[in-house]
Structures are given as C-alpha cells and as structure tokens.
Design a protein around this ligand. Structure first.
Ligand SMILES: C[S@@+](CC[C@H](N)C(=O)[O-])C[C@H]1O[C@@H](n2cnc3c(N)ncnc32)[C@H](O)[C@@H]1O
Length: 265
C-alpha cells in the first residue's frame, strides 16, 4: 500500500519500486528458466497440445475444455490424471481420490468430471490454503525464484466450490482449507486410490508424502506435478523414497510431471 502521507519524491520512488518488482518477477523467472533447453522445448510442445485440445473431438479434450481456464497443469499431466481415474475405477481399486494443491480447482474438477463420466461416485479430498502458496524455505534449492511466488496461485474457496457446483460435480467433494502441515495429519482419510501432489515446495510435498503415502492402496497411483519444475519438489520426492528404501521407477509424464505406481504385493 502506498502511504498518502509520504513526500512526493518518496511516493514516486515507492511507485517505481512496486512497478519494478511486478515487472522483474516474470522477467527474473524467464531468464532463469531459459537456461534449460528442455523446458523451452516442453513449452513449445505444451502450447501445441493446448491448441489441439481446443478443437479435438476426443473424450479427454471435451473434459479439458471445461477445466482449462481453471488450471495451471499441462494437458499431458491432466491426461494422465484422467487415465489414472479410469484405471482406478476399471480395476476396482478401493479408496478415495486426493489432491494436495488445487488452487482454482481445474485439475481436481477434471478428476470429478471423469468420475461422473464413468458413473462412479467416490470421495474427492481437496487440500489447499485457498490463500495462495505459502513461502518456500531454505530446503528449496531455487529459493530465490520460488519466493517470488509466495501468495500466488490463489484459488478462493467460495469460487472453487462454485466452479464444482456449476459443473454439477460438487457431491462427494471435501474441501479442506489450511496448511497441509496442519490439515493432513488430522484428516480422517482411510485409503487412497489416487493421490495428486501439486504443492510446489519442498516442505509441502514432503508433508504430503509423510502423511499420505502409507494410505495409498497397493496398485494405487501417486502423481507429482512439480518434480521437474521446482527443485524442492524433486528433492522431497527423492529424499522420501530413498529414506524409505523405496526403489520404484518414476514415470515421466512431461518436463515436470512424474507418476508412481505402488506395487500390488
Ligand atoms: C500450482 S498450485 C495447484 C494447481 C492446481 N492443481 C491446478 O489445477 O491449477 C499449488 C497450490 O498448492 C497450494 N499449497 C502449496 N503448499 C501448500 C501447503 N503447505 N498447504 C496448503 N496448500 C499449499 C497453494 O495454495 C496452491 O493453490
């Protein structure tokens, strides 16, 4: 906020500073990301896929068009979530669907729409601050860029609820507001068939795995949205799997997304 009691030159300087920080934010990130040719190539492919799904007659594209304005996830990652829900239903895996990090609700609504298309009803748990991203910590190796995003990716709870109502998929959806660190350990979830972790930072991803990994049923799926994009997210996954002695391959979905299938035995 600008303080009206400031001297005119102080005010001008503050305004320059605010404008500067707004402009530097994406610019600083773009410079950082451009150093990775893999991401540049992925961005081109993602744009082509986004354009294709706007006109494609496929079943997935139809669902994608309903959620695309409310999601930051790529079509490739949304596509594997869609397939994941179908796999869980067709294989009659027991358990709920859980998303940690739903923001404006797009990827979660895609799961709900897929359930409806299959004529299936299951609990869908959505965890979020609904106040945007918390601050990253020193455990995030790209902290300098990550901290610019504190408070961003905000989805307001009322608006997300309304989005689900509008699409007539609100039944069975449990919205849990608060930090994962506070809400996950207390959540009364018994079994999880599909877990989507989309919390960006080290601590956020780590607490999801600590609290929920053991609840994922054999044959269940865990999808990580940020493994390739945020170094803290990757570190949390790699550390957790190593510390538990879990040697399961992570499937590459695109530059950022990975998924893991929990063995049946
Ligand atoms: C990238 S957004 C999720 C994008 C969403 N899945 C979509 O379809 O666009 C990340 C979300 O994770 C939430 N988040 C990250 N860390 C969190 C934490 N520790 N506790 C609660 N919410 C968290 C943020 O509030 C934000 O809404």
């Amino acid at each position: 906020m600008l303080d009206p009691s400031m001297e005119p030159d102080q005010l001008a300087e503050k305004q320059r500073g605010l404008a500067g920080s707004r402009q530097n934010h994406p610019f600083k990130e773009i410079l950082y990301r451009l150093r990775d040719p893999g991401l540049v190539a992925d961005t081109v492919m993602r744009s082509a896929a986004e354009a294709w799904h706007v006109i494609s007659p496929s079943e997935f594209s139809g669902l994608y068009r309903q959620v695309r304005s409310h999601t930051m996830c790529s079509p490739a990652r949304l596509g594997t979530l869609h397939q994941g829900v179908k796999y869980v239903v067709h294989n009659r895996l027991e358990g709920d669907l859980v998303e940690c990090g739903c923001a404006r609700g797009g990827s979660a609504a895609l799961m709900a729409l897929t359930l409806r298309q299959l004529g299936e009803s299951r609990n869908l748990w959505l965890f979020d601050t609904f106040e945007g991203l918390p601050a990253p910590t020193a455990d995030d190796p790209d902290y300098e860029i990550a901290e610019l995003f504190t408070g961003s990716c905000r989805g307001q709870l009322d608006e997300v609820r309304e989005f689900f109502r509008r699409h007539e998929v609100a039944e069975g959806v449990q919205f849990v507001k608060g930090l994962f660190q506070d809400t996950l350990p207390l959540s009364p979830i018994d079994r999880i068939a599909l877990l989507h972790i989309d919390g960006d930072w080290y601590e956020s991803v780590r607490v999801c795995l600590e609290s929920l990994y053991d609840k994922v049923v054999p044959g269940g799926i865990i999808q990580f949205d940020d493994y390739g994009y945020w170094k803290g997210a990757r570190k949390a996954v790699d550390e957790f799997l190593a510390q538990r002695g879990i040697r399961l391959p992570l499937k590459r979905l695109d530059y950022s997304g990975r998924s893991l299938l929990k063995p049946r035995a």
